[in-house]
Design a protein around this ligand. Sequence first.
Ligand code: GDP
Ligand code: MG
Length: 441
Amino acid sequence: TLQDRLQSAFKSLRGKGRLSEADIDAVAREIRVALLDADVAVPVVRDFIANVKERARGSEVSQALNPAQQVIKIVNDELVTILGGETRRIQYAKNPPTVIMLAGLQGAGKTTLAGKLGLWLKGQGKSPMLVAADLQRPNAVNQLQVVGGQAGVTVFAPEPGNGIGDPVKVATDGLAEARRTLHDVVIVDTAGRLGIDAELMQQAADIRAAVDPDEVLFVIDAMIGQDAVVTAEAFLEGVDFTGVVLTKLDGDARGGAALSVRSITGRPIMFASTGEKLTDFDAFHPDRMASRILDMGDMLTLIEQAEKALDTEQAAKDAERMLGGRFTMDDLLTQLEGIAKLGSMSKIMGMIPGMGQYKDQINNFDEREFDRIKAIIKSMTPAERDNPKLIDGSRRTRISKGSGTQVKDVNNVVDQFFAMRKMMQQMSKGGGMPGMPGIPG
Ligand code: GDP
Ligand code: MG
């Protein structure tokens, strides 16, 4: 399996003190073969390997990680990246109902997905409705009614018996019905063929044009292997889609389609199906999928801990330096970025007990202020950041232009900086900050 192959590739690095060019080439070659054998698309493999090599060469000798760990971390990071980085959530319409259309080959798992997604959306407090716009197969409407029944979700189906219906009309009628009955999400199931088919693609495109969906989800069987590329490209071209759903991940040991589809289409994988039961379904998490592919959960945890320990060490050193009066604009930037990482300011404030009474001020807090300060600091030269005393009038004008702000904004940041530095110097004279580890009193 891909897991085994990658692990044996990493094994060859064990015990090495540092990574030589030859080591990097050798491990890259092994990873390349492993990915190709797992049916990852050729251009995706090429880019992946190039990135891994570049990062392995450029990686500073990390104090926290040994060479094998460094490469594992790089491979893991790159896997997360090609799987899409962050989880992408459904974009709900400002004015409900949100329309989600499903497209994909026959047997990909669209109808099953309609039920799964319906159930999942119900769990998110939504009131979904399924629309049976697959009139191609005799049993398709009935199948949707069955999964809808299992999920406890309303199904809109065409009246039976008047010959071959018009799927576009069913889709628009279904949407109208959802509006009337105040369902806030509409999931439109569509027909698929066994292969790529122009007529069917046109039908999907017509349905898309008629219901103007907020999301078009391309449903793809993860076991499809190298065919993933052609199929995904055909649907991208023929219908276009906003996101991908991988199905039958339970049966796929190789991960090829999962690793290819995001890079090939530029569209995020949003959900994953992992079985025939309606509950075998969840939002797609690139990081979890990456660690599943690497199958090195314990090693990754170890790597994370090692890095965190180093971070803590670094933070303590930084704190010591700042309190020693050597506080720079870069430090200010790092602090701001640390705060930004925690989430939006209003969210942070909202989590602090007793802050509820300041709700209005919190809501009025201008998140863009953060961005402005960051832009200003980033427009300073390294010398200015290191020694802000250099920042005279003409430099302030230049910085304000560079950051798209006003001179008074730059003045504010510089003033704040000196105020903070002064505060720190006073703190250090006063014997340090009580209760903060790593800061000598
Ligand atoms: P559609 O033609 O795209 O609508 O595909 P269906 O929803 O009818 O699914 C085709 C077959 O795949 C059915 O037998 C499903 O039970 C099965 N199926 C769908 N999703 C999954 C999955 O995630 N895992 C497994 N093992 N089977 C699935
Ligand atoms: Mg179907």
